[in-house]
Design a protein around this ligand. Structure first.
Ligand SMILES: Nc1ncnc2c1ncn2[C@@H]1O[C@H](COP(=O)(O)OP(=O)(O)O)[C@@H](O)[C@H]1O
Ligand SMILES: [Mg+2]
Length: 244
């Protein structure tokens, strides 16, 4: 399988702080890669510099789909098919469910197609938001439905790469299982996925390969079964338990 995303020796500094310190990774087309690590280890910063939202890398190189995107503007990166979610429930809580997804469609390369609503209904079908909820304000939905809406706002752009930042936070155990099914269903449509998550059980279910960040550096990379027995990872992150 060919490479979709390549991050080479990327650094992001904030004053004296190195939030990312020489991180490299590559992701193949259609692959799911899980990312974990302690709070403040640079996981969200990594998504920020890849997507360009809200800032770029300080040094290093990022290529996506054979194009260098290190300093490309965020809306152009999104239009090229790289979509992300944020560590929150949904984007625009005072807008309706459909309008949230419409915003995602509007800034995508599908601007023309969106007029017939097909793309919006497709995205909401894919994430499993019931039709009866689609005209409601997003703020009235359950936490899980709000998360589905945020994911729908990304998948509406028909991305080649979807980056999910801690999508399971605040979900119950059965909901986490449903989220795993959803991530796998999106992946089956051909979308590569980078997923940041603290819930190791979720990563073990969806991601054949994991990457662990610690203090802005890559601590370990490997298959899930390699990672959960890696001594450095247990010491810095797992704290002796594979089921935090
Ligand atoms: N915009 C910013 N300005 C200053 N410091 C930041 C900014 N964004 C992140 N940081 C710092 O960078 C480090 C990594 O943060 P982050 O990537 O959010 O961690 P994680 O997502 O792994 O919890 C933290 O020390 C955080 O305080
Ligand atoms: Mg984070």
């Amino acid at each position: 399988m060919s490479i979709l995303l390549e991050v080479k020796d990327v650094t992001r500094t904030f004053g004296a702080l190195k939030a990312l310190d020489g991180v490299s990774l590559s992701l193949r087309k259609g692959e799911i890669l899980g990312i974990a690590g302690p709070n403040g280890s640079g996981k969200s910063t990594l998504f920020n510099v890849i997507s360009g939202i809200p800032f770029h890398a300080t040094t290093g190189l990022i290529s996506y789909d054979d194009q260098e995107i290190t300093r490309v503007r965020p809306h152009e990166i999104y239009r090229a098919g790289l979509a992300r979610t944020f560590q929150k429930d949904c984007e625009f809580s005072s807008l309706s469910v459909r309008d949230n997804v419409l915003v995602g469609a509007h800034f995508s390369s599908l601007r023309e197609e969106m007029h017939d609503d097909t793309a919006i209904e497709y995205a909401l079908d894919l994430v499993g938001v019931e039709e009866s909820k689609r005209s409601q304000k997003a703020e009235n939905l359950s936490v899980f439905d709000k998360k589905r809406v945020m994911i729908a706002s990304s998948v509406v752009s028909k991305p080649k790469l979807l980056m999910l930042d801690e999508p399971a936070s605040g979900l119950t155990k059965p909901e986490v299982n449903q989220l795993c099914e959803l991530i796998l269903a999106i992946n089956r449509t051909g979308v590569a996925i980078l997923v940041i998550e603290h819930i190791i059980a979720l990563l073990l279910k969806v991601a054949p390969r994991l990457l662990i960040l610690n203090e802005g550096k890559l601590l370990a990379e490997g298959t899930a079964s390699e990672i959960i027995v890696n001594k450095d990872v247990i010491e810095a992150y797992l704290g002796g338990s594979t089921h935090p």
